[in-house]
Design a protein around this ligand. Structure first.
Ligand code: DGJ
Length: 671
C-alpha cells in the first residue's frame, strides 16, 4: 500500500529535548558517547513538579526572581533506562513579563561513566516556516549589526567557537513574522546567558516546520560524567512579543535590569568616568593622570579609570600581562599615592586588568610557561603578542586572583575594567587526562565566572565593567557580574549609532558603556561635533575617553553641559522604555531613538544625521506616549498632544550638516 505512516520516523513530531539516534533526523539537543561507544539515548518522561521561585544554576550566571517579580518553575524529569541517564528540564516563567527561561541538568545514574557530546539548553519546534530570523553579527569594532533574513529550507546557524561569545555573532536570535516590525507582529527572542562557545540554529524541515535550538556549541565539546555526577546547561532566555521587535527588546531590558544585573550598582547611579586609553594609550605617568583628573573634577566627571599600561614593564602591548604589580617608572610614588591624589579631587579611581592573559615577555611566563593554554609539542599561536591563561585550572586562577587582590587591597580602588583581548586557540593542557581535554573550553568560561564571583564577594562595592577587545563578550553571562560592558573599540559617534542600536535589541542602555572621544576619531578618522559625541554616548553608561587637558574653552563648556544633561536624563535613559524610531541599518541619512518614562510623562528623543543629503526633510514620529496627554518640548516651549507627536511627528526638516544631532526632551503639561 501507499501507507507511509509505517515508515514515518519521529521527525514529524515536536519535541522539547530531542535526542540523537532515534529517527528524528532534525538537529538534536542531546547526544552522548556511552561506555560501549554508542551515541543513542532515549529520554522518556518520568515525572514533573511545579513550584514558586527559580533554582540557581551552580557556578553559572542566570536570571533570578525578586520579591516584586514573582516566578514559577516547572521541572520535568526524563530518563533513559538503557544508559541510566536522567535529564531534568527546567522552565521558569516570570509572572509580569512574557519570559520563559530554560536550562537542563544531566545526571549519570549508572555505574559507568559516559561522555556528553551535545547538551543544548533549549529546543522549540514551531509549527511554521513563515518566519524571519534576526541576528546580530559583526567583527572587531563593528559589533552587533542587525541582519534579517527569511528562513529557508535547511539549517541557518549563528555560533561561536572562539572561546568567547564573540564580535562576530552575538548569542541572540529572534524569529518573527515575515511582516513584523518595531511595533507589530509576533516575535520570539532567544538569548543565551553564557560567554563562551555557543550555537543557535533554526532548521526548516521537510514538513515546513521550524526547529530552533540554542546552547553550548557542540563543536569540540565533550564532558565526561562519572557515576553520580551532574552537568548543568547554561540558561536560555526566551521572550515573546506580540507587539513587534521593540516590545521584545523592552522585555529583555526590564528582565536584565531587574532580574540579571546584581550588586551595589544595580540601582545606584553609575559615576561618569574619564578613561585615559584614547587620551594617552601607553604613554602616561602619575603626573599626566593627575593632570587629567584635575581637569575632569572641574568639569563634574566623577571617576578616573587608569587603563592598560600601569603594570610590569608595559610600554606597549608586547609585554607584562600576568605581572600584576605596579610599573614604578610610570607610577612614581606608587599606586596608593595616585589613588589618594585622585580621591582628594573628589573623584573615584578605577583600574584596568586583563587577568585571563599572559605575555611571553613576563615574569609569570618565565615561572609558569605551562599555564598558557596549549597543546604540548605544537607551536602556540600568538595574538596581540599574548597567550591565554588556562582558567580551567584552579591553581592558575588562585595565583592571578592573589595578585589582583593585593593591588585592590593596596589602595581605594572602586572600579575594575576587566579586559580580554584575544580568542582561544590550540586548546589543551598537560594536566587533564585525554578524555577530559575537550572540557577545557567550558571549564575556562566557568573559571572566568568563578573569578568574577570571587571579586564581587571580596569587594562587594566594586563596579565591574567587562570588556573584550571592545565588544567581544557583550552577553547576558557577563551582565550577571558587571552591570556595564565596554560596547566596542569603535568610539566614532556615527559608527556607535549602529553598534548601540544593534546592541539595544537585547541589552539595556544602562549596560551599554559609551564614551565621548576625540575628533578626528581614532578608528575612522571622522570629524564629528562634540555635541553629537555626547548625544550618542548619553544613550549608555556615560563617560569620556580623550585628553581633557587639551580641550578648548568651548569644549569644556560642552562637557559641563553634557554632564548636567546626563544627570537630568539619567532615570529616563537608564530605566525608561526604549523605542527605536529610525534604523541606521535601513535609513542611510539619519537615525533616531526615544526613551519614555514608565508613567509616560516624559520622553527623550535623539536624532542623528549619519550621512547628510542636502535638502532632505523629515518628520520623526514618537512612540509610546499617551495620545491624550499634552507634552512640551522643553527647549522650544512648543506644546503638542501625544496624538500629534505620534501620528504627525516632530518636524526636523532643516539644513542639517553631516554628523549633526539633536536631543529633544518632552515633558507632560497638565495645566
Ligand atoms: C581593548 C579595550 O577594548 C580598550 O578599551 C583598551 O582597554 C585596550 N584593550 C587596552 O589594551
Amino acid at each position: 500500500t501507499n501507507d507511509r505512516d509505517r515508515a514515518s520516523f519521529m521527525d514529524t513530531l515536536p519535541f522539547e529535548y530531542p535526542c540523537f539516534g532515534l529517527g528524528d533526523y532534525r538537529e538534536s539537543a542531546f547526544k552522548i558517547m556511552d561506555a560501549n561507544g554508542m551515541s543513542t539515548c532515549d529520554l522518556r518522561y518520568v515525572s514533573h513538579k511545579m513550584y514558586e521561585g527559580k533554582p540557581k544554576l551552580e557556578g553559572l550566571p542566570a536570571t533570578f526572581a525578586t520579591e516584586e517579580s514573582g516566578c514559577s518553575t516547572l521541572e520535568i524529569t526524563m530518563y533513559d533506562k538503557y544508559a541510566d541517564i536522567e535529564v531534568v528540564l527546567i522552565y521558569t516563567a516570570f509572572d509580569k513579563l512574557d519570559v520563559i527561561t530554560r536550562s537542563a541538568v544531566i545526571t549519570n545514574k549508572s555505574e559507568k561513566p559516559f561522555k556528553i557530546t551535545r547538551a543544548l539548553s533549549a529546543c522549540v519546534d514551531f509549527d511554521t516556516d513563515k518566519m524571519d530570523m534576526i541576528t546580530l553579527n559583526g567583527s572587531w569594532a563593528r559589533e552587533r549589526a542587525v541582519e534579517r533574513c527569511r528562513l529557508h529550507h535547511g539549517k541557518q546557524l549563528v555560533d561561536s567557537c572562539r572561546g568567547e561569545s564573540s564580535h562576530q555573532n552575538n548569542p541572540f536570535v529572534a524569529l518573527c513574522d515575515n511582516n513584523a516590525d518595531e511595533d507589530k507582529g509576533e516575535v520570539f527572542g532567544f538569548n543565551f546567558v553564557y560567554s563562551g562557545n555557543f550555537y543557535a540554529q533554526a532548521e526548516v524541515t521537510q514538513h515546513k516546520k521550524t526547529r530552533f535550538l540554542m546552547g553550548i556549541n557542540p563543536l569540540d565539546f565533550e564532558w565526561l560524567l562519572e557515576k553520580g555526577e551532574s552537568f548543568a546547561c547554561p540558561e536560555v532566555v526566551m521572550v515573546h512579543s506580540d507587539e513587534g521587535i521593540g516590545k521584545m527588546s523592552r522585555t529583555f531590558h526590564d528582565l536584565y535590569r531587574n532580574n540579571l544585573i546584581r550588586g551595589e550598582y544595580k540601582d545606584k547611579r553609575r559615576p561618569i568616568l574619564i578613561n585615559n586609553w584614547e587620551a594617552t594609550y601607553f604613554n602616561f605617568d602619575t603626573d599626566k593622570l593627575i593632570d587629567i583628573a584635575k581637569e575632569a573634577s572641574k568639569l563634574g566627571i566623577e571617576m578616573l579609570v587608569m587603563d592598560d599600561g600601569w603594570f610590569g614593564h608595559r610600554d606597549s602591548d608586547n609585554s607584562s600581562l600576568g605581572d600584576w604589580f605596579v610599573y614604578e617608572k610610570k607610577l612614581k610614588g606608587g599606586l596608593k599615592y595616585l589613588v589618594d591624589e585622585v580621591n582628594k579631587l573628589g573623584m573615584k579611581f578605577g583600574i584596568w586588568f586583563e587577568p585571563e592573559m599572559i605575555s611571553p615577555d613576563s615574569e609569570l611566563y618565565k615561572a609558569h610557561p605551562d599555564w598558557a593554554i596549549q597543546i604540548k609539542g605544537r607551536p602556540l599561536t600568538l595574538c596581540r603578542e599574548q597567550y591565554v591563561l588556562d582558567y580551567s585550572r584552579k591553581e592558575v586562577r588562585d595565583h592571578v586572583y592573589g595578585m589582583m587582590k593585593k593591588i585592590l587591597d593596596s589602595a581605594n580602588i572602586e572600579y575594575i575594567k576587566w579586559d580580554m583581548n584575544r580568542q582561544l586557540s590550540e586548546v589543551g593542557n598537560e594536566v587533564f587526562p585525554p578524555e577530559r581535554q575537550r572540557e577545557i573550553w567550558h571549564r575556562y568560561v566557568l573559571g572566568v565566572y568563578e573569578m568574577q564571583e570571587r571579586l564581587l564577594t571580596d569587594f562587594p562595592d566594586l563596579l565591574l565593567e567587562n570588556c573584550a577587545g571592545g565588544g567581544s563578550r557583550f552577553d547576558a553571562g557577563m551582565l550577571y557580574y558587571s552591570p556595564q560592558i565596554w560596547t566596542s573599540d569603535d568610539t566614532d559617534a556615527i559608527e556607535r549609532c549602529r553598534i548601540q542600536y544593534g546592541t539595544s535589541m537585547v541589552y539595556p542602555a544602562s549596560s551599554i558603556s559609551a564614551h565621548v572621544s576625540a575628533s578626528p576619531n581614532h578608528q575612522t578618522g571622522r570629524l564629528t561635533p562634540f555635541e553629537t559625541r555626547g548625544n550618542v554616548a548619553m544613550a549608555g553608561a556615560f563617560g569620556y575617553e580623550l585628553d581633557l587637558t587639551k580641550l578648548t574653552d568651548e569644549e569644556r563648556a560642552l562637557v559641563r553641559k553634557q554632564v548636567a544633561q546626563y544627570h537630568a536624563y539619567y532615570d529616563i535613559i537608564q530605566n525608561g522604555d526604549l523605542y527605536r524610531l529610525v534604523s541606521p541599518f535601513e535609513n542611510d541619512v539619519c537615525c533616531a531613538w526615544e526613551y519614555v518614562s514608565a508613567d509616560r510623562s516624559e520622553a527623550l528623543l535623539t536624532f542623528v544625521v549619519t550621512k547628510c543629503r542636502v535638502g532632505f526633510t523629515t518628520f520623526i514620529r514618537l512612540r509610546g506616549l499617551d495620545p491624550e496627554k499634552r507634552y512640551q518640548d522643553v527647549e522650544t516651549g512648543r506644546i503638542y498632544s501625544g496624538d500629534t507627536l505620534m501620528n504627525v511627528g516632530v518636524n526636523l526638516s532643516r539644513y542639517w550638516k553631516d554628523s549633526e544631532s539633536l536631543i529633544c526632551y518632552f515633558r507632560e503639561v497638565t495645566e
